[in-house]
Ligand binder design. Structure first.
Ligand SMILES: Cc1cc2nc3c(=O)[nH]c(=O)nc-3n(C[C@H](O)[C@H](O)[C@H](O)COP(=O)(O)OP(=O)(O)OC[C@H]3O[C@@H](n4cnc5c(N)ncnc54)[C@H](O)[C@@H]3O)c2cc1C
Length: 469
């Protein structure tokens, strides 16, 4: 069966994670440039909304305040806010007295599922396969596969749209040396994204190694530590970073996650931007201090009767290669750069908390390639309104949500910027200030020139002198 949906939409969203769910929620009910409402439709390959289900570890919280919900930072009066969700669930008073700025991750997931179940025009179980530009009709063609509950193809379809919003997010990253092991079903070598589904299997292993010093690695290590008997923990936690470093969480440091910083970052030359993103790793790759404290508390508690927990925590270590020994065990070949030393570790299970990578756009956008303008590394160029820069003959826009770290900086995946970005997209799309956005959002002035356009200048005041090298 092939579905043909001919009437063009104003916007088709690909992927329904928090980024595009925010866009769908803020778009709901917005007037079209002409008459009627904006016609939007969103497609998601999963059967229903799920937010990182493998890491909804009991007690784990968001790293951002609840105000970073899908809509509040653009429109606090939206019916799709977290507070509206609590009101609907008759839980406002308990939340008020809980005084929790950082809500449980499971609660954020439940809130998003509540929104996803109510906002119209969301299609789950639909995988978008290809996008093309049709110059005769001045429309994008979007090909999708409708999937059955088992994830098998059920029907093919095509829809047409004037604009697109790519919100396909990130996929778990497994380092090259560990890929063959992660793909072998007999050895428990899993990515942290699949942790909860495999937790019992991992806990049943004699010795477990966790690799990776980000928030996920820390949460998995803590969960395993709490579940293992004192003195018989049999855990190793290895990290490539030189220390188990805390995430930057100072109030001025957090201003890197403001629209002001995003605007500044976007204005920088490409080589400077490329240098900055890895240099700012502690803004997004560290461990939150409460988790570090909880790990230390748990380890300390296990020394109260004397002795040390059977747990090894070593930063500065790279896994060079890995292999299977005696069918059920894994051997990791390790290197410590500072020491210039190498060793081997035999373990029974490995959890790879090795992060995520942006999903590649190449296959999805192959049909659009002649129209895409790219930077010197072959990445799409994206303007300050989150639009891919396209050949001028293309009248529609392709908006990018959480695929613009190379042009917009470390805030691209941050939930605290999602509502702002959705609002900016909708303002561009409708040609109106559907969601007015303040010109200034940070106390820090990033760069010398930005001051000119963020601070209203009294008549007659001289401009600060900015020297260009
Ligand atoms: C465990 C974890 C915790 C995090 N916690 C925080 C936090 O506390 N605060 C914070 O600011 N950030 C956090 N982040 C980072 C980030 O904000 C979130 O990961 C967020 O999910 C990003 O949303 P997204 O919609 O951009 O992408 P995703 O959530 O990855 O969603 C993309 C969706 O697109 C779908 N998709 C992909 N390709 C297609 C296709 N071809 N057709 C149809 N659908 C497709 C995918 O199935 C997926 O559901 C966290 C990340 C992780 C991994």
């Amino acid at each position: 069966m092939t579905a043909q949906l001919d009437a063009p939409h104003d916007l088709v969203g690909i992927g329904i994670g928090p980024s595009n769910l925010s866009l769908a929620a803020l778009a709901h009910g917005l007037p079209h440039q002409g008459a009627g409402e904006l016609a939007t439709v969103f497609y998601e390959q999963r059967r229903d909304f799920r937010w990182h289900p493998g890491l909804l570890i009991e007690g784990a919280t968001l790293q951002v305040p609840f105000l970073a919900d899908l809509v509040t930072l653009a429109d606090p009066a939206s019916p799709w806010s977290f507070l509206s969700y609590l009101k609907h669930k008759e839980r406002l008073y308990p939340f008020y007295f809980a005084e929790q700025f950082h809500i449980h991750r499971a609660e954020y997931d439940a809130y998003c599922r509540w929104v996803a179940g109510r906002v119209p025009g969301l299609h789950f179980g639909h995988q978008v396969d290809a996008v093309r530009w049709n110059p005769e009709r001045d429309l994008f063609e979007v090909d999708f596969t409708q999937l059955d509950p088992a994830g098998e193809a059920e029907a093919l379809g095509r829809t047409y749209t004037r604009n697109l919003a790519l919100g396909i997010g990130t996929a778990p990253h497994v380092p090259e040396p560990l890929r063959p092991l992660a793909e072998a079903p007999t050895v428990p070598v899993i990515h942290s994204a699949d942790y909860l589904d495999n937790r019992q299997r991992i806990l049943g292993a004699e010795h477990v190694t966790v690799i990776g010093s980000g928030q996920s690695g820390a949460e998995v290590f803590l969960d395993l530590l709490r579940a293992r008997p004192t003195g018989r923990e049999r855990l190793t936690w290895l990290a490539r970073t030189p220390s188990f470093a805390p995430m930057e969480y100072s109030k001025l440091g957090l201003e890197h996650f403001t629209p002001d910083y995003t605007r500044y970052f976007h204005s920088l030359p490409e080589p400077v931007r490329d240098h900055l993103v890895p240099a700012q790793w502690q803004l997004h790759k560290g461990i939150d201090t409460a988790t570090i404290a909880a790990i230390h508390d748990e380890l300390y508690r296990r020394t109260l009767d004397g002795g040390w927990p059977d747990a090894v925590l070593t930063p500065g270590v790279t896994v060079r290669t890995a292999g299977r020994v005696a069918t059920t065990k894994v051997e990791l070949h390790l290197e410590h750069a500072e020491q210039g030393a190498r060793s081997r570790l035999t373990t029974d299970a490995v959890v790879l908390a090795t992060g995520y990578k942006e999903r590649p756009l190449t296959r999805l956008l192959a049909g659009l390639d002649p129209y895409l303008r790219k930077d010197s590394s072959g990445r799409p160029r994206i303007d300050d309104r989150y639009r891919m820069i396209l050949d001028p003959s293309v009248t529609g826009s392709i908006f990018v949500q959480n695929g613009e770290r190379h042009t917009h900086g470390v805030g691209a995946p941050d939930l605290g910027l999602a509502a702002w970005r959705s609002a900016a997209i909708l303002n561009t799309l409708t040609g109106k200030e559907a969601y007015p956005q303040p010109p200034r959002t940070a106390f820090t002035t990033f760069g010398l020139e930005q001051r000119e356009h963020t601070r209203p200048r009294p008549a007659g005041e001289l401009l600060p002198l900015v020297e260009h090298p």
